[in-house]
Design a protein around this ligand. Structure first.
Ligand code: ATP
Length: 258
């Protein structure tokens, strides 16, 4: 595992798992996402960053199928999923974990993950779902808490549960929506380790994040958005040295690293 604070090694450019071509989303008179194109490669951890209101969440909602784009196309594992609803994208290999964790509070941790396994993949029996859930609790460091009710978990454990539930649908690409939010620095580093282990298990990860040290430690490549558009793309060091990116973040280096 890469030591924290060391630039992750670039991944080899394998197959494209996710490809956005000219995605746009209009809300009335506002173009929240404007002609966004990028590719994500197999095994890659890709960060999407940008100042408040840049369009990151709207982009994630376009990728996961919460919204249909006003124009543009999206390919998942080579298949055009532009018009497909969320469940179809989930079955096709796209998983999503949210910033606000919403487990079923009265169900146990194991039951919560079992539900994800049952409904996220077709043709899974209850027995298979329960077994997969135990395996995922091991992988996400929650095995000791399997029988606790979900409301008893700490925030970091909640985040682990959210990732376990998303993985229960057996995604090839996992979308993470600011999952580090609210964590203390030490906890965020633990979560960084968890995301790396997810990637090492063969799942490509696309994440939105405001915490720049997390982006630096985790991302193989970074897409920077501003005012709905892609402003820059490259390694963490490339994009943070880009004057246009610095200017977009309040015009100061401090703004970027705040
Ligand atoms: N459902 C909606 N209806 C109308 N406008 C919206 C809607 N969702 C987002 N917007 C607008 O689209 C723009 C982009 O918002 P979005 O939430 O995608 O940005 P963001 O980069 O995720 O911001 P933040 O970092 O603050 O979460 C903003 O101007 C926002 O007000």
């Amino acid at each position: 595992m890469t030591a924290v604070g060391v630039q992750p090694s670039a991944v080899g450019r394998g197959d494209v798992v996710l490809r956005a071509d000219g995605l746009s989303k209009r809300f009335g008179g506002l173009l929240a996402v404007q002609n966004v194109s990028f590719s994500q490669y197999d095994g890659e951890i890709l960060a999407v960053i940008g100042p408040n209101g840049a369009g990151k969440t709207t982009l994630l909602n376009l990728l996961s199928g919460v919204y249909r784009p006003s124009s543009g196309r999206l390919h998942l594992l080579g298949r055009d999923v532009t018009q497909e609803p969320m469940e179809a994208r989930c079955h096709a290999g796209l998983g999503r974990a949210f910033q606000i964790v919403r487990p079923f509070p009265e169900m146990t941790v194991h039951e919560n993950v079992t539900v994800g396994a049952l409904f996220g993949t077709r043709g899974t029996t209850l027995g298979q779902a329960r077994e997969r859930a135990y395996d995922l609790l091991e992988r996400t460091g929650l095995a000791a808490h399997a029988d606790k009710e979900a409301h008893e978990l700490t925030l970091l454990q909640d985040k682990r549960l959210e990732v376990a539930r998303a993985l229960a649908t057996q995604p090839r690409v996992l979308l993470l929506d600011e999952v580090m939010a609210g964590l203390r620095p030490g906890e965020a580093q633990e979560a960084v380790g968890l995301v790396r282990s997810v990637r090492d298990s063969g799942v490509s990860v696309l994440f939105i994040e405001h915490i720049m040290p997390v982006v630096r430690d985790l991302a193989d490549r970074v897409v920077v958005m501003d005012q709905g558009q892609v402003l820059a793309e490259g390694t963490y060091h490339e994009v943070t040295a880009n004057p246009q990116v610095v200017a977009a973040y309040l015009g100061t280096e401090e703004g970027l690293h705040a």
